[in-house]
Write a protein that binds this ligand. Structure first.
Ligand SMILES: NC(=O)c1ccc[n+]([C@@H]2O[C@H](COP(=O)([O-])OP(=O)(O)OC[C@H]3O[C@@H](n4cnc5c(N)ncnc54)[C@H](O)[C@@H]3O)[C@@H](O)[C@H]2O)c1
Length: 433
């Protein structure tokens, strides 16, 4: 099939590359000319495991192309995915301006029957809105499909190639059949393709992200209560995880969730529920807990060092909102570092992939270390903010020699409290004595 993907970001690039990988002819469109120029020269704009290889291979084999010309892509293709951003608007809603701008341009460029697929995360009712937006300009038949994307950054390629399920929201049988055909290679292991009405499909994505965010905030609160009682959240977590009704995923406490999806999707569901006069009380609490949790390590720092940190240096391990990505959108590291800087501290930071992103955010305000050990040189304390594997088994003796004082605030519970304390560190983590 000939497929156009509009928006070549974290989702669009993965979707385009994976559809090309199964033999389709794919053209990825973006209005960011520098990004498209880079991609045409083999420069991958984001870090995502396995992505570079399939982009380069399919580009070389001419199944995957990149352009800034949306009309050319639309005219060439039968199926058009819209995978542009849906950022948080001023009132917390999902801002649909990019989706509707793309839909308008698609409508103006159509030269025959097209299936237009909303891949972006959009509130219930958006498929109807896209439909009416296109109707204003289109002179050819078309169908609108909602096809939310469930991939997670850090494992996006794998998730797309081996989805747990595919959700297709449409009442148009021809479009549903085309979508089934497109996804068949990815669902041979038996993953279901679920066809439903567009509004239900749109809500699936928000419900999934809201549930996962709820589990994280819930466990962060359990961890905070554990601290109050001197209990160990790891013990509690393992005990409840072995209950089949609960399961083990998304039960790790930490410094809060971040990224481009959970924060904005939780806000959006609160807002669109409120628009229908429904107050989503649980999710308001989930959000409040998360905001407070992001500053939990800072409160610890205040307790130990006071609020004036002039002359003190803090090392930060991990800047991306989670491991195996370079994405720092809504990353807990950002408010944490801002808090340290506001108290007069110096910050030396390291992340295996996100340094180039951090440079754009913090400019000359912090020091960018070459590696994890370089970050802790002369540091009065280390804050672990992202649980990259390479931080898990460090040379603690070397750390002690490099640091000004052996103090660790572990926001991701990656070290064994007894072991590091025996080695002479002052150590605190989340929800563990
Ligand atoms: N990032 C994730 O893990 C993830 C997972 C599932 C769903 N989603 C959803 O997918 C959507 C895209 O997310 P993302 O993280 O890929 O965003 P992104 O910001 O990385 O990428 C969006 C891209 O769209 C381009 N764009 C915007 N308007 C355009 C237009 N009119 N024409 C051409 N290009 C245009 C931008 O230049 C940008 O490159 C969002 O709705 C998001 O919620 C994201």
């Amino acid at each position: 099939m000939r497929i156009a993907v509009i928006g070549t970001g974290y989702v669009g690039l993965v979707v385009g590359a994976c559809f090309a990988e199964t033999g389709n002819d794919v053209v990825c469109v973006d209005k960011d000319a520098a990004k498209i120029r880079g991609l045409n020269k083999g420069k991958i704009p984001i870090y995502e495991p396995g992505l570079e290889e399939i982009v380069k291979r399919n580009h070389a084999e001419k199944r995957l192309r990149f352009t800034t010309s949306l009309p050319e892509a639309v005219q060439r293709c039968a199926v058009i995915f819209i995978a542009v951003g849906t950022p948080t608007g001023e009132d917390g809603s999902a801002d649909l301006k990019h989706v509707l701008a793309a839909a308008t341009e698609v409508a103006q460029s159509m030269n025959g029957y097209k299936v237009i697929v909303d891949k972006s995360t959009v509130p219930a009712g958006t498929a109807d809105l896209v439909h009416s937006t296109i109707a204003r300009h289109a002179r050819h038949p078309y169908a609108v499909v909602s096809n939310p994307e469930f991939l997670k950054q850090g494992a996006a390629v794998d998730d797309f190639l081996r989805p747990d399920r595919v959700v297709i929201g449409t009442t148009d049988t021809r479009a549903a059949d085309m979508m089934r055909e497109l996804y068949r290679p990815f669902t041979r292991t038996g993953a279901p393709i679920m066809v439903m009405d567009p509004a239900s499909a749109e809500l699936c994505k928000y419900a999934a992200n809201a549930m996962l965010a709820t589990r994280i905030s819930f466990m962060n609160e359990i961890a905070n209560v554990c601290e109050a009682f001197g209990a160990d959240v790891d013990r509690v977590r393992q005990a409840i995880a072995s209950d089949k009704r609960i399961g083990s995923a998304f039960l790790f406490p930490g410094v809060g969730y971040g990224g481009s999806c959970f924060p904005k999707d939780v806000k959006a569901i609160i807002k669109f529920s409120a628009d229908k006069k429904y107050k989503f009380r649980i999710l308001q609490a989930v959000e409040d807990v998360n905001e407070a949790q992001k500053l939990r390590l800072l409160t610890r720092v205040d307790k130990r060092f006071g609020k004036k940190l002039k002359g003190k240096t803090f090392a930060v391990w991990g800047l991306a909102f989670k491991p195996r990505t370079d994405d720092m959108r809504e990353a807990p590291a950002v408010p944490l570092i801002q808090g340290l800087l506001a108290r007069g501290a110096k910050v030396r930071a390291f992340d295996p992939e996100a340094m180039h992103v951090a440079r754009r955010i913090f400019k000359k305000q912090i020091t960018y270390a070459r590696n994890a050990y370089d970050a802790i040189k002369g540091a009065d304390a280390l804050l672990v903010v992202t649980e990259w594997n390479e931080f898990r088994e460090p040379d603690f003796e070397r750390m002690k020699k490099l640091m000004n004082a052996p103090v660790v605030f572990d926001g991701r519970n990656i070290f064994d409290p007894r072991q590091v304390r025996e080695l002479g560190f002052s150590y605190s983590s989340i929800g563990r004595p």
